[in-house]
Write a protein that binds this ligand. Sequence first.
Ligand code: M6R
Length: 612
Amino acid sequence: MCGIFGYLGNKNSLQACLKGLKQLEYRGYDSAGIAGLKGGKLYFTKKAGKISVLEEKISLQNLQLDLAIGHTRWATHGKADDENAHPHFDDAESIALVHNGIVENYTFLKEMLQKKGFIFRSETDTEVIVQLIAYYYQKNPKLNQAVRKALKEIKGQFAIALIHKDFPDQIIAATRESPLAIGYSDDRSEVLISSDPNAFLDEKLHILFLQTDEIAIVKKDRVKVFDKWFHPIVKATELLDSGFEPATKGEFEHFMLKEIYEQPLTIQKTLLGRYSEEFGTAELEHLFFSSGELQSVQHVVILACGTSWHAGCLASLMLEDMARIPTHAEIASEMRYKNPIISKDTLVIAISQSGETADTIAAVREAKSKGAKILGICNVNNSTLARESDSCLFLKAGPEISVCSTKAFTSQIALLSLFTLFMARLRHLDKEGGLHFLNELKKIPRLVRNVLDNAPQIEKIAKKYSHFPHFFFLGRRYMYVTSQEAALKLKEISYLNASAYPAGELKHGPIALISPHLPVVAFCANKQTYDKTLNNLMEVKARGAPIITFAPHGALEIERIADDIIWLPATIDELATFPSSVAGQLFAYYIAKERGTDIDHPRNLAKSVTVE
Ligand code: M6R
């Protein structure tokens, strides 16, 4: 995880770095720091807490740096305190280094360096990198060679940027399996380094991406890139004109609430121009597989994490139901170690809002090494997933700022619904069936708006239950996945314990948990499994648990069972997740708000999880 940023140019380096770091804060916000050079001296400030805390401290010192590197941290090794905050330094405080990733053999290297007399001041794995560079530099004072030698010794994944006080005009950047972009302006008056090119804000820059084991020596007037043997290489650049508009909360108290309310529009944007009423099918630009290739797909594997995995689980149900293709959704971090069966007839779909999730990217690379074709489903242009997929479909949901994913989820399922329709029409579904599905899909933005109109009722019910420490979520089929996603939202932003189970599994163990102290939250919007879910709720009621249901208008039997009902507009089973999950997002939001948590930046989390 973590974000790293570097700046070298005509502007105030410190301010440029702070600005860049703020755009990277989604990658971690435990602590932050900046180091820079001025007149051959090295200055730094680092602080536990968000970047605003660092900013306050730095403004007191009023530093005017020639160049700077910065870091925003998501702790892996060592707690989130000032000492463990980046940058880290060698003993002599000549080198400052920022790092994203994990050094897997850091214990071994640390012990080796300690035996040679190096003193460590932090608990981080990162300090090992900078001390190792210093060790090689002491032996032979050629900094580039020292960096190369040190990185060869390191096992794991990293992106780093470092400065040395004897080299006042350069930043060294390097990466292994971690994104790192370098952008320079047309007139070469400034160079920026970032873990994510989207942090280049409103700049018009020529961008190059470092690949595994490449090292860049970055100076104001030139960027030199070397391969792992330290041979110079020529990198292709692309012009990035981000036209960036900083996201604001507008009238909303939190980004999460704003993004929940954007959903009628974002779903619409995902769907717009991507279907044909004439043929009752989807028309997906950037789907670079031929109809023949897609017709011959025998098996689909979906890779994703967290909320994106839930979108994948829903897609797997839809693809099997409607397109009759055997599909399974794998948690990306698990898939890598399973030796998955991938043949030439397998299509791999990788879903990631950010396109940077390390587990998903690693699983994609594993699948590619087995010859799989990758279809990416992503929200962020220029992301690693977008670049590494054979074909990438974009959500068009706009930047999602809140750590808790809301609008990206509904756009993912909107796009996956279109893809399912496309695959179904290529195979079994007739035009009439395709049109029926399409018409239901087109109604979704309106149905979501109806749910939002009901927010005051959802807020009232959420407040009523906000003092309970544990929740139990239930559902069947699409509603089981929906309940998993709703439980994840609640855990993530309210820090309450919420587990989700397929309602039919209740009697196989978890029913022992049911008591008047455990509210049961049931998603009941699938017609196919409605009656069975009601039976399960009767079993819960008999054991005295409070019951909250999310149910479609007209499901009157529920009134006899539930203590509270969140009424939803009705739709077909395949699409019932849309209104249900938006209501679930509001339920989690209002509970978290009542409990006073940091909703947009929940503890221990980051928007983009860039370590495995
Ligand atoms: O960017 P990605 O979609 O790959 O992120 C995957 C998960 O980390 C993410 O969905 C996470 O579960 C969300 N914070 C949940 O709200």
